[in-house]
Design a protein around this ligand. Structure first.
Ligand code: M6R
Length: 591
């Protein structure tokens, strides 16, 4: 999703702004732009495609004493230079960059049209610039114009704003991430996350929703509802935001390789062999007291939630999982005393934040999040950090394993089961073995990389590994892929099986293996090219890939590692951008 960077003070702006955008490019984008403020005049540059395209049209050592920049992931209006940010008001008084979505922009556009405003783009962002310009034209000063504009906006936004002829870098924030950094040498900065600011800032703050204000080179002023509010700044650990491939060709491969470490970290951070589980006691007590544990997430995090809910159920606790963007529509029953577990790598997923909007105030939310101090972490009543380290590739890999490990540890803590950490350590070893045998998966990929469709099947917990692997294939390799519980195939999907369609079958549970093998036979009889991925305790001769057996409930870990590597390998074979697949964003900050 869109990313913003801005700064004010003496510096060379082009490398700072374009470098900052590159550090946000994991979020996904299709155009970019920047603007410099110099002696009251604003110059604007925008380009389609990569930040390199933008850098190529911006002169080196461009003069300026403030600057804003943006990567755009198109929502309102197609991918075009006119729709790229910064957007400006028709009178060119207000230039701004925006991350978020304005829900009532059509109504506001009509209102502005009635007042003779014209527009150059199809974006909701131009409406914000125009509304601020309207209030300026009514004689308001910039901060009041911003405040009055915020009162009219429905939706989400993090804004960085420059005014022609008026010094200062202005900002406003509601429901979209924004970080402000105190610069080291008479500069102050802001961005969508910490990464672009780490080289030039010492201390940071993430303002609350509804905050707006002004950065100068020497100070930061913040307001809410017209009142000046104090901001507290804290240092951050630079290593947490470092992007380094460490010799790997892609971040996705590096992050898959870190999977075993992430599982082990989840164990060591939350369990001590002498004293037992280390989770906050208040989290455990509220989960125990709940009549239902409701797990919410999107995409891979939803699949982790599904597997976690199944394991919690198996452990004797009532748990359900829902897709966050569906749960908010109120179709599902709400129990009397639920506890909500919100699962997210980025901690910024708008669909999950919408769930928090409904849950807030009940004192019953637990976030399982990777990104420190992210919105979901800050807004939930309790937070458990995954500790997977920065995940750069758009596809979730290590963070999925970390999320599931934490959920299983929570189940272990709830029923005082000290075997869970040991089973997870076994799973980490099994994942390591899958990764060590990557070349076998590469060979498999070389045999099926031209396939247009694929199926993943499993039964019981193995089905969740199928779902996650299937998602990986879609998003990284652009292969149409379906995941089904083995028993469900004959109820419809089998009609899609044609000669040569690859079917990947996961068998981590020997007891369910027999039934799944029958399902695979049914597919093969109709021409499918089957490939069975089994644990050493479920394996039979002829299976395609056999991984070291773990407790059947934990087979999801090595199976998903297999699926991740298969998607990675297929993506490369198909000549695709593994780390930044088309149309996707790492941090999905729109509903
Ligand atoms: O940051 P989150 O975990 O909340 O993100 C949720 C999904 O957008 C995310 O898992 C998405 O499905 C990934 N691209 C999967 O690889």
């Amino acid at each position: 999703m869109c990313g913003i960077v801005g700064a004010i003070g003496p510096m060379d702006y082009k490398p700072f702004l374009t470098g900052g955008l590159r550090k946000l490019d994991y979020r996904g984008y299709d155009s970019s732009g920047l603007a410099f403020w110099n002696d009251g005049k604003i110059s604007l540059y925008r380009a389609l495609g990569s930040v390199d395209n933008l850098a190529s049209i911006v002169p080196d050592r461009h003069p300026g004493s403030a600057g804003i920049a943006h990567t755009r992931w198109a929502t309102h209006g197609g991918v075009s230079v006119e729709n790229a940010h910064p957007q400006r008001s028709w009178d060119k008084k207000v230039y701004l960059v925006h991350n978020g979505v304005i829900d009532n922009f059509e109504e506001l556009r009509a209102w502005l049209r009635e007042r003779d405003f014209s527009f150059r783009s199809d974006t909701d962002t131009e409406i914000i610039a125009s509304l601020i310009a309207y209030y300026l034209s009514e004689g308001e000063r910039p901060l009041t114009a911003i405040k009055k504009t915020m009162e009219r906006l429905d939706g989400s936004y993090a804004l960085a704003i420059l005014f022609s002829g008026i010094p200062g870098l202005y900002f406003a924030k509601n429901k979209s991430p924004l970080v402000i950094g105190l610069g080291i040498e008479r500069i102050n900065c802001l961005a969508s996350d910490y990464a672009p600011l780490m080289d030039v800032c010492s201390d940071f703050t993430a303002p609350e929703d509804g905050t707006y204000g002004l950065l100068t080179g020497n100070a930061v002023f913040a307001f809410r509802g017209g009142k000046n509010i104090p901001l507290s700044f804290e240092p951050r650990n630079r290593e947490d935001y470092t992007f380094d491939l460490e010799g790997y060709p892609h971040f996705m491969l590096k992050e898959i390789a870190e999977g075993p470490k992430v599982i082990r970290h989840a164990v060591s951070a939350n369990f001590d062999a002498k004293t037992g589980y280390l989770f906050e006691q208040s989290i455990i007590s509220s989960l125990r007291a709940a009549d239902e544990i409701v797990l919410l997430g999107c995409g891979s995090s939803h699949y982790a939630a599904e597997a976690g809910a199944a394991y919690l159920n198996r452990s004797g606790f009532r748990a359900v999982s829902y897709i966050a963007s569906e749960w908010i529509h109120g179709l599902y029953p709400r129990s009397r005393k639920p506890v909500y577990v919100l699962i997210s790598q980025s901690g910024e997923t708008a669909d999950l934040i919408s769930c928090l909007d409904l849950i807030d105030g009940e004192g019953r939310s637990v976030a399982i999040v990777n990104a420190k101090d992210s919105t979901i972490a800050r807004r939930s009543d309790h937070v458990i950090y995954i500790g997977a380290g920065l995940e750069v590739a758009v596809a979730s890999t290590k963070s999925f394993l970390g999320q599931l490990a934490i959920l299983m540890l929570l189940a272990g803590a709830l029923r005082h089961d000290d075997a869970v950490p040991l089973k997870l350590l076994d799973a980490a070893t099994s994942v390591e073995e899958v990764i060590r045998r990557k070349s076998e998966i590469d060979t498999l990929a070389s045999e099926c990389y031209t396939a247009r469709d694929a199926f993943f099947v499993g039964r019981g917990m193995d089905y969740f590994a199928s779902e996650e692997s299937s998602l990986k294939l879609k998003e990284i390799a652009y292969v149409h892929s379906e995941a089904y519980p083995g028993g469900e195939l004959k109820h419809g999907p089998i009609a899609l099986i044609e000669e040569g369609v690859p079917v990947f079958a996961f068998i981590g549970n020997p007891e369910l293996g027999k039934a799944l093998r029958s399902n695979v036979q049914e597919m093969m009889a109709r021409g499918a090219a089957s490939y069975i991925v089994s644990s050493s305790s479920s394996a039979r001769e002829g299976d395609g890939f056999v991984y070291p057996a773990v407790d059947p409930s934990f087979a999801v870990f090595p199976e998903v590692a297999f699926g991740q590597l298969l998607a990675y390998s297929l993506s490369l074979r198909r000549g695709l951008n593994v780390d930044k697949p088309r149309n996707l964003a790492k941090s999905v900050t729109v509903n």
